[in-house]
Design a protein around this ligand. Structure first.
Ligand code: F6R
Length: 242
């Protein structure tokens, strides 16, 4: 694993955006695996700025997002579909037919998941997968468990995740309790993985996930087995590993 230390959130965002940008420049028809949450917002902003300056062209890029809340429609501002449009897709020239987010409105979980696995398969595989990491080590919505999940599946969100997400909803009752997420095997099949972490509240899990035992109780720990992982973090998030 490669650790790239950034000064702060903005520096982390620029460094991570540079890595994505290099991928898009070197392979304009690449497949990007994308994430939501607060960690990638700054790097998406950088990509938008560089696109506006004429430095980046996303017209050939295909993307697959990690996850979506079950039961939230596209026009719900808390859905990840909405998030991606709001924070990235509507500001750049990606082809809407090539940007994929799991469909949270397919009620049948089995169908929703196999459909999404087929979508990922049809892209030919992810070249660069972007990840944030939850305080309990979740990646996508693969929560701590007794085993690593393989493909796309429906998860009951951990209470800590529901609590962390509640900041985005008007009330705790509105926070969805289930999500569809890409599985660990699919994430690990990406050719390259880029993890972004910032803030002192991530320092413990950064140490545990990347320097502790590899276990499904800390899902991100599996990344230690991947041949090409870059973790870009700010000083606060790297406090325990520096
Ligand atoms: C989002 C996702 C989650 C987040 C994680 C960290 O698509 O898959 O695993 O990356 O919850 O969230 P933030 O970045 O808000 O700390």
């Amino acid at each position: 694993m490669r650790f790239v230390k950034a000064k702060d959130y903005n520096d982390m965002s620029r460094k991570a955006a540079n890595i994505i940008s290099a991928q898009v420049i070197l392979r304009p028809d690449c497949v990007l695996g994308l994430a939501t949450g607060s960690s990638p917002v700054g790097l998406y902003q950088c990509l938008i700025e560089w696109y506006e300056k004429g430095d980046l062209d996303f017209s050939g890029v295909t993307s697959v997002n990690l996850d979506e809340y079950r039961g939230l429609p596209h026009d719900n501002p808390q859905s990840y579909y909405y998030f991606m449009n709001d924070h990235l897709f509507s500001h750049i020239n990606t082809d809407p037919a090539k940007t994929h987010v799991p469909d949270g409105m397919i009620a049948d979980a089995g169908e929703a998941c196999s459909q999404y696995d087929e979508t990922i398969r049809s892209t030919g595989g992810v070249d660069l997968q972007l990840l944030g990491m939850g305080h309990n080590g979740h990646i996508g919505f693969n929560e701590p468990d007794e085993e690593f999940a393989k493909g796309t599946h429906c998860v009951d969100l951990a209470q800590s995740t529901i609590d962390a997400n509640s900041r985005f909803f008007a009330s705790r009752e509105e926070v969805p309790t289930q999500a569809y997420t890409m599985g660990i095997q699919t994430i690990m099949a990406a050719k390259k993985i880029l993890v972004v972490v910032s803030g002192a509240d991530k320092a413990d899990i950064v140490e545990k996930a990347f320097f502790g035992p590899i276990t499904p109780h800390v899902p991100a720990s599996i990344l230690q087995l991947h041949a090409d992982v870059t973790v870009v973090g700010d000083e606060a998030a790297f406090a325990k590993i520096a």
